[in-house]
Design a protein around this ligand. Structure first.
Ligand code: GDP
Length: 529
């Protein structure tokens, strides 16, 4: 092994690249800040998700974004903890829930599923978890807000097991019910960790470690209750098993309260000790790209027009192999053309010394990357291609038309551009014609971004008419013919991958139509198709 090879393998082994999957208000922003408190923040690509003045990182590249006080444009936060470099990729998840949110999960090695103790599994968490499951991404569960009244800990575990068939394996256990919380049993040592707020509030919680005798003396019934529950769990085999965690069949569970920093250090320790480091990434030729081969990466997110004064596009790249150094000339896999990366540092952020290079698991932001598209591979040395990013199941549909027919050429170009960038999915049918494509999205924000950009960049005013569909499945040409007689059902072709999608107003309609046409293929869309 050459010196560089060894260095790349060593650096990759100390990377942990993950995202938080959660429903709005579960505490993702709070947890992100709490994690960063424990660590040395190295840099940010884009911005951490922020809300108005509470966090100062809301970028203002789009008037729309400013009006709403939210960030559509975040990417990754990098920090050092113990001897590990942690990359936390943002999953925009509020009004801006979109395909971007799902795509981030193609660039991580692990996910933290953040639950509100009072609410358990919520819809957006379930959707994101589904993508993790399809991609076999290991999931660590953090049950948050234990400082206030919530559900019973065992009931929360039951919900995880019965609704998403993931075996919960708690690594710690709360002493006291949600709302009357005294601390955590550390299953490793059997002792108890008590937390005290740092003076002044927002700091790292101060921990006190008690042995079992002391814990029993101080917390009597609550302590023995916790121990009994843990014995039950042990009997039912809820023990961490690294192999089943890595295979996404079980999930280590931690309890805590991000707002007071309780249990956050434990989460970081689990990320460092149990979460997988980057591994060789599968390539389109059926092989995989070893970590220590030459540089390669793929674009998982594109952010256009950060600077409104000139057309500009930033591509966020997840490094898969080799060492990236700023200024490197890389090959753009799709076109075979060279691509210069001398502007990489602008997004790298503050600390140049540590950010002039990147290793597998890291995220780099390339500005002026107008030639790059979602899913594109970048590499040096011999050609390598990573599989295209999957299209995710859309749930919102709308017809878009140019208001003024004289702008149609620009309209068409604009739609093609948005399609290529993965801003929205574009669906067409002969019936609807070229002038009235259907836009399909995971979140409605994508429509707003699309119409805004058609106006701002292509000078095309458009109208958008929502369609009464909420559900798409994959069908075939024969299926399309058979479904033509069904009222309220429509079949269109997705331009991105030529898939035929049958749109339904709801799953009930789908079931009744499927019952009438048993021979017609109606396959659910997944994050892998
Ligand atoms: P996000 O929407 O998931 O990013 O959630 P935020 O981090 O903005 O949190 C939503 C609300 O829950 C805020 O008012 C937070 O202060 C609050 N919150 C977050 N974590 C905790 C916690 O551990 N305990 C309590 N009581 N509140 C929390």
């Amino acid at each position: 092994m050459s010196v560089t090879s060894r260095e790349v393998v060593r650096e990759a082994a100390r990377r942990r690249t993950f995202a938080v999957i959660s429903h709005p208000d579960a505490g993702k922003s709070t947890l992100t800040e709490a994690l960063a408190l424990h660590a040395r923040v190295i840099g940010q690509a884009g911005a951490v998700h922020g809300k108005g003045e509470r966090r100062g990182t809301v970028s203002d590249w789009m008037a729309m974004e400013r009006d709403r006080g939210i960030s559509i444009t975040s990417a990754a936060l990098q920090f050092a903890y113990r001897d590990v470099v942690v990359n936390l990729l943002d999953t925009p998840g509020h009004a801006d829930f979109s395909e971007d949110t799902y795509r981030v999960l193609t660039a991580v090695d692990c996910a933290v599923m953040l639950l509100d103790a009072a609410k358990g599994l919520e819809p957006q968490t379930l959707k994101l978890f589904e993508v993790c499951r399809q991609r076999q991404i290991p999931v660590i569960t953090f049950i948050n807000k234990w400082d206030r009244p919530g559900q019973d800990a065992l009931a929360l575990l039951d919900e995880i097991e019965s609704r998403i068939q993931l075996t919960p394996t708690p690594l710690n256990w709360p002493v006291g019910v949600a709302g009357h919380f005294h601390g955590l049993v550390d299953r490793d040592t059997g002792g108890m960790i008590r937390f005290e707020r740092a003076p002044g509030g927002a700091g790292i919680a101060i921990e006190e470690h008690l042995d079992t005798a002391e814990a029993a003396r101080r917390y009597g019934g609550d302590w023995s209750g916790a121990i009994e529950e843990l014995e039950l769990l042990t009997l039912s085999g809820a023990e961490h098993d690294e192999e089943s965690f890595q295979a996404a069949r079980s999930t280590p569970v931690l309890f805590g309260a991000a707002v007071t920093n309780i249990g956050v250090r434990q989460l970081l320790d689990v990320l460092v000790e149990l979460a997988p480091a980057p591994a060789a990434r599968p390539t389109t030729d059926g092989g995989s790209r070893p970590l220590d081969s030459e540089f390669s990466g793929f674009v998982f997110k594109i952010q256009a027009n950060m600077d409104p004064s000139h057309r500009d596009q930033v591509a966020f790249v997840r490094v898969c192999s080799g060492r990236f150094t700023r200024g490197m000339i890389v090959t753009h896999g799709t076109t075979g053309r060279p691509f210069t990366t001398k502007y990489a540092q602008q997004i790298f952020g503050r600390d140049r010394d540590t950010l002039d290079e990147a290793y597998p698991g890291d995220v780099i932001g390339l500005v002026n990357a107008t030639a790059l598209g979602i899913g594109d591979t970048l590499h040096t040395g011999p050609k390598v291609r990573f599989p295209a990013l999957p299209a995710f199941p859309p749930e919102h549909f709308a017809v878009v038309r140019a208001v003024d027919s004289s702008t149609f050429k620009r309209f068409r170009r604009g739609i093609e551009q948005l399609d290529a960038e993965g801003v929205v999915q574009v669906l067409r049918s002969e019936l609807r014609g070229e002038q009235a494509p259907v836009l399909a999205a995971v979140g409605t924000m994508q429509f707003e971004v699309a119409t805004h950009r058609l106006a701002a960049e292509f000078g095309v005013r458009t109208t958008l008419d929502r369609l009464p569909y909420e559900f798409a499945v994959r069908t075939t040409l024969d299926g399309r013919d058979a479904l033509q007689s069904e009222a309220g059902v429509e079949v269109l072709r997705r331009t991105q991958d030529d898939a035929l999608l049958a749109l339904f107003p709801n799953p009930y309609r789908l079931r009744s139509v499927a019952a009438r046409h048993p021979g017609v293929p109606l396959e659910p869309l997944t994050g892998n198709s």
